[in-house]
Ligand binder design. Structure first.
Ligand SMILES: Nc1ncnc2c1ncn2[C@@H]1O[C@H](COP(=O)(O)OP(=O)(O)OP(=O)(O)O)[C@@H](O)[C@H]1O
Ligand SMILES: [Mg+2]
Length: 465
């Protein structure tokens, strides 16, 4: 789309020559003879750039400039000044005009100034958009209207103002980190840092130094002293992500800090006191890790003062479409794609899909759709095969995840894999139907309770206890 330029000047000759130059450059041009008329036009159809004469009959250029900048501070204005009023032009720049050009107009100067102004303001707007996205991604809110997400938001709201330690569990990509950030953001520690540590990403031999810091010369390679994450998070929050991947030795140290709120740096003797709130997260079952001897039971009970469970996406019903809409808006604004719409059969398929990678997978899915089908209506047949799980085109409306042939992911040929897929979806749907009551579910489907419990665990289906 061509940029729109508005010329406000009472001299016919100036308007005429400016129009000629700008139209040759491919701009769309509008004209006004007076300041009042210019303001009216600028409000009715906002231009991308304004050329504004300083001396105008009635409302003069500086006054028009003031009005324009109050209405939209990001609109570039180039002043047109006669010989005698350079000083006024400089004044206009101080008031926020982008540039000024002198009469008689130089064709070259007009073109350069217009192009530069438009580019500058485009970058400025882009920069503002990026900044606001940056603050958006740190002011975190868990999107969703499903009962489980509404409840989780309520729990977060209640736990945030306290100093209690929190243990967040949930499958990959469900939003555990978002939950942790949103607790911090609504806590009294919000102006202090939230320091995140991914325990799985740090080599075992470095994790202690990472968490507690080290003194100079503490080990080979420790050429300078280093502040650990616990100290960095002083008065703030430490987010220990993937906590199940910590060694037993580190777990013992963490437990001690919890009890004493103090520790020693690696290779040091001085006790460091800190005031830190810990939020831990994991996608593993810590109960299983304890049973396998890989996680300390005492630490587990200390950490899970407040246990929070982020539900998998497939248990959030219509939130799937809500999240698709949200990511679509964000990505179209960011990358200039035209939005994709989904036909009813595609919606049914997406609502029934298992989403093993949860919200992260959904985000990637939206990006993929925008790249492949920008501006189109996507039908079930156009979805990637793995997303056509609900028997695309067969189901007229969102399915209720009941047992049906449609529950078996397309493309599964192997009998055992098909049976597993069916069992997992069946048990998950049924467990939900029975409000998470394993005993009642076991009775209803004719299984031993302990057998059912083990089955649920083996499929990584969240159970209430
Ligand atoms: N409710 C939500 N609303 C908006 N975006 C979300 C929501 N939940 C998750 N996301 C986005 O999905 C992605 C994954 O979320 P996050 O990193 O919090 O998940 P996680 O549970 O910590 O994943 P992992 O187990 O892989 O560490 C992120 O890009 C996050 O911004
Ligand atoms: Mg995470």
């Amino acid at each position: 789309m061509n940029a729109r330029v508005l010329i406000v000047d009472d001299e016919d000759g100036i308007r005429f020559s400016l129009r000629g130059i700008l139209e040759d450059e491919g701009y769309e041009v509008a004209e006004a003879e007076t300041g009042e008329e210019g303001l009216k036009l600028a409000t009715e159809t906002p231009p991308d750039l304004i050329f504004l004469d300083i001396w105008l009959p009635g409302m003069d250029g500086l006054e028009v400039l003031d009005n324009l900048r109050t209405a939209d501070a990001s609109l570039p204005v180039i002043m047109i000044s006669g010989h005698g009023n350079i000083e006024t032009a400089v004044n206009a720049i101080k008031k926020g005009a982008y540039d000024f050009i002198e009469k008689p107009l130089s064709l070259e100067k007009v073109v350069i100034s217009a192009n530069k102004a438009l580019e500058y303001y485009r970058l400025r707007r882009e920069n503002q958009a990026l900044r606001s996205r940056l603050t958006q991604s740190t002011t975190v809110e868990m999107t969703g209207n499903s009962a489980s997400i509404v409840e989780l938001r309520g729990q977060i709201g209640r736990v945030a103002p306290t100093d209690a330690w929190v243990l967040i569990t949930g499958e990959n990509g469900t939003g555990k980190e978002i939950a942790a950030r949103s607790i911090h953001a609504s806590s009294r520690r919000k102006d202090k840092p939230l320091v995140a540590v991914n325990c799985a990403a740090i080599p075992e031999e470095l994790i202690e130094s990472e968490l507690f810091g080290h003194e100079k010369g503490a080990f080979t390679g420790a050429e300078t002293a280093k502040t650990g994450k616990f100290e960095m998070a002083h008065q703030g929050t430490l987010f220990l992500d993937e906590i199940a991947d910590m060694s037993l030795k580190t777990q013992a140290k963490i437990l001690r800090i919890l009890q004493e709120q103090s520790f020693e740096r690696v290779g040091g003797h001085k006790t460091v006191k800190v005031d830190v709130r810990v939020i831990a997260a994991t996608n593993k079952s810590l109960e299983d890790e304890i049973a396998a001897g890989r996680f300390r039971e005492d630490l587990y009970y200390r950490l899970r003062v407040i246990p929070l469970v982020v539900p998998p996406l497939r248990q959030r019903g219509d939130d799937v479409m809500l999240l698709i809409g949200e990511f679509m808006n964000r990505m179209t604004a960011e990358h200039g794609f035209r939005p994709v719409t989904f036909a009813p059969d595609a919606c049914s398929a997406l609502l029934c899909y298992h989403w093993p990678g949860n919200v992260r997978e959904l985000k990637n899915f939206v990006e993929r759709m925008l790249i492949m089908h920008s501006g189109q209506t996507v039908t079930a047949a156009m979805l990637p095969p793995e997303y056509r799980c609900a028997g695309a085109g067969i189901m007229p409306q969102p399915c209720t995840a009941g047992p049906s042939d449609g529950m078996i992911p397309e493309g599964v040929m192997d009998f055992k894999a098909a049976r597993t897929a069916f069992e997992a979806r069946f048990l998950e749907a049924k467990l939900q139907e029975f409000g998470g009551n394993i005993t009642r579910l076991a009775e209803a489907i004719g299984l031993e309770r302990s057998y059912l419990y083990r089955k649920l665990k083996s499929y990584n289906i969240q159970t209430p206890e």
